[in-house]
Structures are given as structure tokens and as C-alpha cells.
Design a protein around this ligand. Structure first.
Ligand SMILES: Cc1cc2nc3c(=O)[nH]c(=O)nc-3n(C[C@H](O)[C@H](O)[C@H](O)COP(=O)(O)OP(=O)(O)OC[C@H]3O[C@@H](n4cnc5c(N)ncnc54)[C@H](O)[C@@H]3O)c2cc1C
Ligand code: SF4
Ligand code: SF4
Length: 394
């Protein structure tokens, strides 16, 4: 809460200039504060007459919150890959803090719950009930937030999937804590706080965010950003939780779940042939599809290529698209802007075809081909076909 002590204020207006958010103005010689005040305190700091009073809520005690919790998201009874990626990162964070790694799974007869201990989890908390088979945000967030209040983890990580993006903010609001969405890196700083790094201002800077006063420190991480942990021997245990189905009420009724997908899943593809604005026309993607077919891969695109209507939005790679991590990523006519790179730079092998030798894509490419793609690709595809045929004959 912020208010002005009119007995002390002399109406100098210095606080108005100090507010970079434009939340202050002088009215009848006194500062007036609008509703969008961020309580940053800059105005109070500048006022020499101590006329601005900011009252903050008491800080929560954070020391009794311990452990790193991962949301073990499942679909159709199968644990998602992003869970193993988060367990990998969670293990590193938990080891650094000397705390346990926990995982919470909600579902109905979920396969592989027991195996999560082989991926670093010390405790797997399992809520098994047929009402949890399909995701329901109200029910899931109610169960998870109550569970979190009980076990008090210091960190809670959720995959930035469609479910995670809906669930994370609702749980954070119930727990009255912060949430950093779409993190690309997570570290523990000197004070033992979670340093949550994510692109900001359109990807032009990387912002590191901390959550010093509330618990848990919550973050979502996109699939394929963190490396999956290798399967190892583990001594973790599964703790089954009772779900009182009668007491759980939801205003959401799922009548029928329909799945529609006639596009390839670039998120799990091993080989991706990706096209950008350098293709110059929609037909360029026919050429890329031919190459992808020869390599048993799938096609993807940069945002401008999608915006131009040359490719489907589900195959967009980058900051506002998907993060991919294939074994081979072939970038054709893509300049390599940072917003594209964040979606593909962890690919094992990157090949770039671009006629501009200064294109930034070459900074991260393992193999660069400086040429017009329309000169190169048809010959390359022909050679591939020929090599395949020769191998079949011999
Ligand atoms: C908030 C925000 C989010 C964004 N999110 C994304 C995102 O998710 N994904 C994304 O991709 N972008 C995203 N962008 C856009 C991004 O900044 C770039 O504009 C975009 O990635 C550039 O796409 P491009 O490489 O296809 O096109 P360009 O930058 O125009 O590059 C085309 C390249 O093709 C080369 N070329 C041209 N003709 C040929 C030819 N005949 N043969 C070979 N090479 C040729 C050129 O030399 C050039 O390097 C975002 C931007 C913002 C601000
Ligand atoms: S800086 Fe202090 S004294 Fe000056 S207008 Fe603001 S509140 Fe009043
Ligand atoms: S607390 Fe910060 S945002 Fe609020 S009025 Fe003062 S300077 Fe502006």
C-alpha cells in the first residue's frame, strides 16, 4: 500500500519525475497515484520530506520450504518426455542445495510412475484416480496446491506444455507466489535462490529473475530446452495418495476429447528440414518436403515463412513457436535471428544453407553452405536419390 502524508508534502513534484511508470501526477499540488503503481519505491526514495509511505506485507518465512518438485505430467497414461528433462535439471539443482528431488503425478493407471526413480526422483507422489485420467485445471490445481502446501518444496518446475501453461499460473495464484514462464536456464545463485533465466523484450535480452520472498519458486520450462537425464539405478520410492473423489467439485465438464493432428510432430523429430523467408515462395516448401522425405525427416519453418502462409503454424520453430532438438537440423534460407535460434540451437548437428556468408545462422552451424538454395537443393536431392539407388542395387 502507498499513500501521501499531506502534512509533510510540499508539492515539489520530484516524485512525479522519479516514477518511470508514469503512475504519479500532481493534482491540486499533491501527488496522485494511479492503480498501476508497481510499488517500486523510487518515489519514496527521492522524497526528501518522507512524505511517501509504502507499507509492504510481512515477508514469508522461506527457510522451512525444502526440496525440488517436478510436475510429472502424463497424457493418455504415459509420462511426457519433458518430465525426464525437468528431472535432469531438478537433480542438478537439488544436489546443489543438498535437498531432495520430488515428483508429483496425477492420473489413472499411469505407466512408468515407478521408473521415475531411475531418473533421479527421491520421492514420487502419486495421485491415482479415474477422475484424474483427463486433465481438468480446477481439479488438478486444487490437488496440487494443497499437496504443495503440505510438503513445502522450495522449487516447483512444470513443463511449458499446453497443460503446464494453464496449470502453472493457477497454482501460483492459489499459493500466492510468483511464476517465471518459459525459462531457458535455471541455476542456484550464491544466496541459494533459483535464478530463472528467460528471453525478454522480444528475445533481445536474457532476463534473470529471482523470487526471494515467496515459496515455492515456480518456473515453467519448454520441452526440449533441458537435456534429459540418463537412466540410472535409483533408490527413490513411490508414495500413493488417496484422492477423495466425492469431495472434489469442478465446474468444468469434459464431454469428449477430440484429437486432430494431420501435421508432423516437429518436437520429437530426429531430422528437420526447415525453411525461411529466403525460400521466396510457398513452392519452396515442396522442395524441402522432397528433401525431408529422402532423409525420413519432417519440415519446419521460421515465423515469417509461417506468417506468409507457406507453412502451418504448428511447425514454427522459435521463441513464439516450438523448441526442437533433432539430431539434424537443416536451415534453408533462414538468417538465424535470436528468436529463431532459441528454438533450435540445441540440435545435435546444424546445417545452414544461405547465400549471405554473413548470415548469423553460420555462427551456430556445424556445416555452412554459402549458395543459392535453389541451385544447391535440387542437385543435392538428386545425389541423395542416386546414392540410395546405388546402395540398393549393390
Ligand atoms: C517477439 C518475437 C517473437 C518471434 N518469434 C519467432 C519465432 O518463434 N520463430 C522465428 O523464426 N522468428 C521469430 N521472430 C522473428 C525473428 O526476429 C526473425 O525476423 C525471423 O526469424 C527471420 O526469419 P527468416 O530467417 O526466415 O527471414 P530473414 O531474416 O528474412 O532471412 C532470410 C535469409 O534467407 C537468405 N536467402 C534469401 N534468398 C536465399 C536463397 N535463394 N538461397 C539461400 N539463402 C537465401 C537471406 O540471406 C537471409 O539470411 C520473432 C520476432 C519477435 C519480435
Ligand atoms: S517529492 Fe515528496 S514533497 Fe515533493 S511532491 Fe512528492 S511527496 Fe510531495
Ligand atoms: S512506487 Fe514506483 S510505480 Fe508507484 S508511484 Fe512510486 S515510483 Fe511510481
Amino acid at each position: 500500500m502507498i499513500h501521501i502524508d499531506r502534512d509533510k508534502c510540499i508539492g515539489c513534484g520530484e516524485c512525479v519525475d522519479a516514477c518511470i511508470f508514469g503512475s504519479m501526477s500532481l493534482k491540486d499540488n499533491y501527488p496522485s497515484i494511479s492503480e498501476d503503481c508497481r510499488l517500486c519505491g523510487a518515489c519514496a526514495k527521492i522524497c526528501q520530506y518522507n512524505a511517501i509511505i509504502i507499507k509492504r506485507k510481512k515477508k514469508k518465512k522461506t527457510t522451512d520450504w525444502k526440496g525440488v518438485l517436478i510436475f510429472g505430467e502424463q497424457r493418455d497414461g504415459k509420462i511426457l518426455e519433458v518430465v525426464y528433462e525437468l528431472l535432469g535439471k531438478g537433480k542438478t539443482l537439488a544436489d546443489k542445495l543438498n535437498e531432495s528431488l520430488l515428483c508429483v503425478v496425477l492420473g489413472n493407471s499411469v505407466k512408468g510412475v515407478n521408473d521415475l526413480k531411475f531418473y533421479g526422483a527421491d520421492e514420487i507422489h502419486y495421485f491415482n484416480n479415474n477422475i484424474l485420467e483427463m486433465f481438468n485445471c480446477e481439479i488438478y490445481s486444487e490437488i496440487i496446491s494443497n499437496f504443495v502446501k503440505n510438503i513445502k518444496p522450495s522449487i516447483f518446475l512444470i513443463g511449458a506444455t499446453s497443460i503446464g501453461r494453464e496449470l502453472g499460473p493457477r497454482i501460483a495464484a492459489k499459493l500466492k507466489t510468483g511464476l517465471t514462464a518459459d525459462c531457458t536456464d535455471l541455476e542456484i545463485n550464491k544466496e541459494g535462490l533459483l535464478l530463472q533465466t528467460r528471453p525478454a523484450f522480444g528475445g533481445n535480452i536474457m532476463a534473470s529473475i529471482i523470487c526471494p520472498f515467496s515459496r515455492p519458486q515456480m518456473a515453467t520450462v519448454r520441452p526440449k530446452v533441458m537435456k534429459k537425464m540418463e537412466k540410472k539405478k535409483g533408490g527413490g520410492s513411490v508414495i500413493n495418495h488417496h484422492v477423495n473423489a466425492e469431495s472434489i467439485k469442478s465446474r468444468i465438464i469434459t464431454l469428449r476429447e477430440m484429437r486432430y493432428n494431420n501435421h508432423s510432430d516437429i518436437g520429437s523429430a530426429d531430422i528437420i528440414v526447415s525453411g525461411g523467408l529466403g525460400l521466396g515462395k510457398k513452392e519452396g516448401f515442396i522442395l524441402l518436403q522432397e528433401l525431408a522425405d529422402e532423409l525420413n525427416g519432417v519440415i519446419a519453418a521460421s515465423r515469417p515463412a509461417v506468417d506468409a502462409g507457406w507453412a502451418d503454424p504448428t511447425v514454427q520453430v522459435g521463441m513464439s513457436g516450438k523448441v526442437v532438438q533433432p539430431h539434424l537440423y537443416i536451415a534453408c534460407g533462414i538468417s538465424g535471428a535470436v528468436q529463431h535460434r532459441v528454438g533450435m540451437e540445441t540440435s545435435d548437428i546444424i546445417v545452414a544453407i544461405n547465400k549471405d556468408e554473413r548470415a548469423p545462422i553460420f555462427d551456430i552451424a556445424d556445416f555452412g553452405i554459402v549458395t543459392d538454395l535453389y541451385d544447391f537443393l535440387p542437385k543435392f536431392i538428386q545425389n541423395l536419390k542416386k546414392t540410395k539407388n546405388d546402395n540398393i542395387v549393390s
